[in-house]
Write a protein that binds this ligand. Sequence first.
Ligand SMILES: [Zn+2]
Length: 290
Amino acid sequence: MKSAFTVDVEDGISIAMRDAFSVESPQTDRVVHLTEKILELLSRRGVKGTFFVLGVVAEEFPELVKRIASENHELGVHGYDHLQFFRMTRDEAFQELNSAKKRIEDISGKAVYGHRAPAFSITPETKWGLDVIAETGFEYDSSIMPISGIRYGWPGFSETICKIKTPEGYDLTEVPMSVVKLPGRKIPACGGGYLRLFPEWITKKAFDLIIKERPAIVYIHPYELDTERYPEYYFDELKKSGFLRRNKMKSMWINRKSVYPKLSSLLEKYEFEPLINIVRSRKPGEVIQI
Ligand SMILES: [Zn+2]
């Protein structure tokens, strides 16, 4: 069973500045260096991944998009400006997705088939987003976390890749994020904070459980590999913020040094292929009406 190694290509610093401190700041080239680090790791392991790129990153660093394409990884879209669906109207969402898709296709010269929403923001409240994703021309979406979360999650959604009929009647394939069942709760063990915080043996155990039934969908962000001190303007804002915010931001740094070796070890142990290949090789199943 081959799994998918997916990367949400975004600049962690400018997003944190805007979303946590309401300060606009430029894209930093850390997103380039850190994504290149991931590309080099994938190349060493002979793995092709799927890179969901943010429109603003493609605009600022087109050479990065060209490199991802030239190394035969799959390119997808992670929105244009990293706006979660609950922050947009339907028209704004269409603009956000359409402009990012066009830009990434123009730069790479390749068609883009997949979409991942910022912060997994497709939920029962924003299910209209699935109409927009299909209308923009995506073949699949990979934005639903089938758990009950605080700001994201769609409890009860299929845990397996499925064909869906969107509320307005479009056809779309949904690739939900991988979860493992523990007594009392389900956790998304294959990415983000869970991948960073769990010891490697737990991540591998979760992986083994998932791939008995379906491909595992690994997801990471380049900034999770960033172990260098952020620019001073970030710390100036951090100092001004309240205790809870400061603690939350600090918690995002715990165990960052462990991420690269963990990814390296996962890439060595398991088999991966681009998400579009997994989507297209899947046997037809029932269509779920949303
Ligand atoms: Zn993101």
